[in-house]
Write a protein that binds this ligand. Structure first.
Ligand code: CP
Ligand code: NVA
Length: 303
């Protein structure tokens, strides 16, 4: 049975810790000019049913740097967009390639795909989760501040896919997560209760951000919710991460955003472009952490 990465819970705490350590090592190796090609002749298929800049470029670059190849597949020009069953697509693609990365809408679609796939399947964002982004976020925190265990992370804004993956991260990396959302945009409550006491839910951004070590936000309307943009913008206005709100976090708090960002909406320009923001390092780390993930899932060598 192949290992899949559909949520952060698919790897153990120990595996995740090793993977982040490896991501930092791979980054150092790349920056020192070392050529390392453990995935020669391996092929990654990348299915994108939603747009992407970072995810596509980081996975494609990761495969090229590792000596392998990546194939970009969009529903517009494959049979996936013409209704070929997920089960059939999974059987066929996994008979040819070594790993399949999928960005789609329903989490259930990647679960079905994984069930019928003979090779590892990676969740590159669904409506419910974005686990690859969390690898980069945790790597970034550890690089800059050391262990995240026991720290306070504030999630301000929408209880969306990123928020859900932060809940998993709180469980796997053992930190306290304070989530502030409007009451009608809370994250999945089953997920919150499965996180035991690590998650605090509130509609008060001040309570969530107070003394936080890390402050995170994301767009108010995710891909697929563009029609709700105006209505959401009104309701979410008190949740903007601006310098007044950010001042309540710890003095050395970091600001993260998975990007793309909307300055003047979920975050003010002075925060995202300010001294506490680490969004560019966070984006770059998509490359290094996903290389560690691909190596873990695909290479015969122990990491
Ligand atoms: N953060 C992120 O997943 O970005 P893209 O949508 O550009 O891939
Ligand atoms: N929540 C956002 C994340 C984009 C990387 C979305 O799903 O559109």
């Amino acid at each position: 049975m192949p290992r899949h990465f559909l949520t952060l819970l698919d790897l153990s705490k120990e595996e995740l810790a090793t993977l982040i350590k490896r991501a930092i090592e791979l980054k150092t190796m790349l920056k020192s000019g070392k050529i390392y090609t453990p995935l020669k002749n391996k092929v990654l298929a990348m299915i994108f049913e939603k747009s992407s800049t970072r995810t596509r470029v980081s996975f494609e670059t990761a495969m090229y740097q590792f000596g392998g190849n990546a194939i970009f597949l969009s529903p517009r020009d494959t049979q996936l967009g013409r209704g070929e069953p997920i089960e059939d697509s999974a059987r066929v693609l996994s008979s040819m390639v070594d790993c399949i990365m999928i960005r789609t809408f329903a989490q259930e679609s990647i679960e079905i795909f994984a069930e019928y796939s003979r090779v590892p399947v990676i969740n590159a964002l669904t409506d419910l989760h974005h686990p690859c982004q969390l690898l980069a976020d945790i790597q970034t925190y550890i690089e800059l501040r050391g262990s995240i265990q026991g720290k306070k992370v504030a999630w301000i804004g929408d209880g969306n896919n990123m928020c859900h993956s932060y809940i998993h991260a709180a469980m796997q990396f053992d930190f306290e997560l304070a989530i502030a959302t409007p009451s009608s945009y809370r994250p999945d409550l089953n997920l919150v209760s499965s996180a035991n006491n690590r998650v605090l839910l509130t509609d008060d951004p001040v309570q969530a951000i107070a003394n936080a070590d890390l402050v995170c936000t994301d767009v108010w309307a995710s891909m697929g919710q563009e029609g709700e943009q105006d209505q959401r913008a009104q309701l979410f206005e008190p949740y903007q991460v601006n310098s007044k709100l950010f001042a309540l976090a710890r003095d050395n708090a970091l600001f993260m955003h998975c990007l793309p960002a909307h300055r003047g909406e979920e975050v003010s320009a002075d925060v995202i472009d300010g001294d506490h923001s680490v969004v560019w390092q966070q984006a770059e780390n998509r490359l290094h952490s996903q290389k560690a993930l691909l190596e873990f899932l695909l290479s015969d060598q122990e990491i």
